[in-house]
Write a protein that binds this ligand. Structure first.
Ligand code: ADP
Ligand code: MG
Length: 452
């Protein structure tokens, strides 16, 4: 007999995309009921925490509407949850990597794997709301390679830590198991090697390196191969060979797979098989933490109020933030001036005059709800009535345009919707704006209202 938990989950299933459901909700199981307290089990801490922060409320709402009373939950972590037969079959077909036995005849390889940047490790990576999913998933992938998050696809703008996380996975895997064969390279290098192999008739070696002698493939900036047919084809076969033998694959890109013109459909679909996680521009606290960490590492005396000034002036990307700190310390030293707030503002302020404070998702939701005289809960809800679905799409569109938030993040902030819903809403508004002057007026007046 299905339990009340599974019933509620299945009630939600049609409203979530399959990947989200399988990844974050299905693994949470009911262990027992104690009045209004549900005892749940999650297979690991990461899943538990992610479920709690992002999906628990939806399930509790569903339970309340089904049973007309409220419930509480207690979630326990149980490492070896029994998986259902159909799931188990799939897991068995994709065995997690088993390291070769270590013996006298198998010397330990202790050198750092080629291509890994010594500083791009997890312990030098600052986690914040802006990169939480990507960072946690990268760590989970390094903990259980080939298991849950495979492939792991990390995307986002320039200088936001994608490459850093990718190398972090490599370092961590190597630290845990130095004999693991880690292959780390950019998509561009992959293409160059492939072209060279074809030219010199060394295709067998190429194939062996990527398909056979590789336990973990880390590929940076995959968007580079979009439109390069033979390289895409080769990568497709490499991907299949590794995936089928349960090897971990981590890929980064500057955008989601579906947004890469020229990328083959069969590749984009594979890149979506595992977890797709984004990195966002860092918030103020994260920027401060990154500056402090860098100052400490480089032995720069950086007072908190000076760090704050830099963090307030440089908002968009971590590489620029690091560059600004370097510039400020170097100039202060050269001119023999103290590194204080005034100096920082004089030096960095001018170049960033156009850098205005970002609009928040909350502000957009509030403004849109007020404009159309509807409730914010309606914006976050599921009703498809045109009177709410139009404002909801407009709100999503404005969030995307003004806040710098990613599609998945916007989805989450609109009551746990899938990123594809947000993408569709944005496309829809773009096209409706062409045909409906009233809608365009609404959007533009909201935009100017939010940007004052
Ligand atoms: P991307 O690949 O996204 O363009 P990188 O990974 O090259 O960005 O990061 C740019 C610089 O910023 C690197 O020096 C990296 O170490 C640093 N960086 C980015 N994000 C973080 C973070 N969260 N914590 C610490 N350093 C970071
Ligand atoms: Mg990069």
């Amino acid at each position: 007999m299905p339990d009340i938990w599974s019933e509620a989950l299945h009630g939600l299933e049609p409203r979530l995309d399959k990947q989200t459901f399988d990844m974050w909700l299905r693994p949470i199981r009911l262990a027992g009921v104690d009045g209004d307290l549900l005892h749940l089990r999650a297979p690991n801490r990461f899943l538990k925490e992610w479920f709690e922060t992002h999906y628990l409320d939806c399930v509790l709402d569903e339970l309340t509407s089904r049973h007309e009373k409220s419930f509480r939950v207690a979630i326990e972590i149980v490492e070896d949850l029994v998986v259902e037969p159909e799931v188990r079959e799939e897991v068995e077909r994709r065995p997690a990597h088993t390291p070769p036995a270590e013996g006298l005849s198998a010397p330990r390889i202790t050198a750092q794997p080629a291509g890994l940047h010594p500083r791009y490790r997890f312990d030098t990576f600052i986690k914040g709301g802006c990169n939480e999913l990507a960072a946690s998933a990268a760590m989970a992938a390094a903990d259980e390679p080939g298991a849950r998050f495979n492939p792991l696809f990390i995307y986002g703008g320039v200088g936001l830590g994608k490459t850093h996380l990718l190398h972090g996975v490599g370092h961590e895997l190597h630290r845990k198991n130095p004999s693991l064969r880690i292959v780390m390279l950019s998509a561009e290098q992959f293409m160059n090697e492939f072209v060279t192999a074809v030219r010199h008739n060394e295709f067998d070696q190429f194939r062996a390196r990527y398909r056979r002698d590789c336990d973990c493939l880390l590929i940076d900036d995959i968007q580079f191969i979009a439109g390069r047919d033979r390289t895409m084809d080769e990568f497709f076969h490499v991907f299949n060979a590794l995936y089928e033998s349960g090897k971990q694959i981590v890929v980064t890109a500057d955008r989601v797979p579906a947004d890469m013109p020229g990328m083959e459909e069969r590749l984009t679909s594979r890149l979506n098989w595992g977890l797709v996680a984004d990195v966002q521009a860092p918030d103020l606290e994260t920027r401060m933490a990154i500056l402090q960490a860098k100052a400490e590492r480089d032995q720069i005396a950086l007072r908190p109020e000076v760090a704050l000034s830099i963090a307030e002036l440089i908002r968009s990307n971590v590489r620029e933030l690091e560059g600004a700190l370097l510039r400020a310390t170097t100039f202060a030293e050269l001119r023999g001036l103290p590194l204080d707030e005034r100096f920082v503002r004089d030096l960095l302020g001018k170049t960033n005059g156009s850098d205005r404070p970002p609009v928040s998702i909350d502000a957009v939701q509030k403004a849109v709800a007020a404009y159309f005289s509807i409730r914010i809960t309606d914006l976050k809800g599921k009703r498809r009535h045109r009177g709410v679905s139009r404002p909801r799409m407009i709100a999503m569109y404005l969030c995307r345009q003004l806040t710098g938030a990613s599609f998945p993040e916007i989805g989450i902030r609109f009551g746990g919707k899938d990123h594809s819903t947000v993408i569709n809403a944005c496309k829809r508004i773009e096209s409706l704006k062409q045909d409906e002057p009233d809608l365009e007026t609404a959007v533009e007046s909201l935009r100017s209202q939010l940007l004052v």
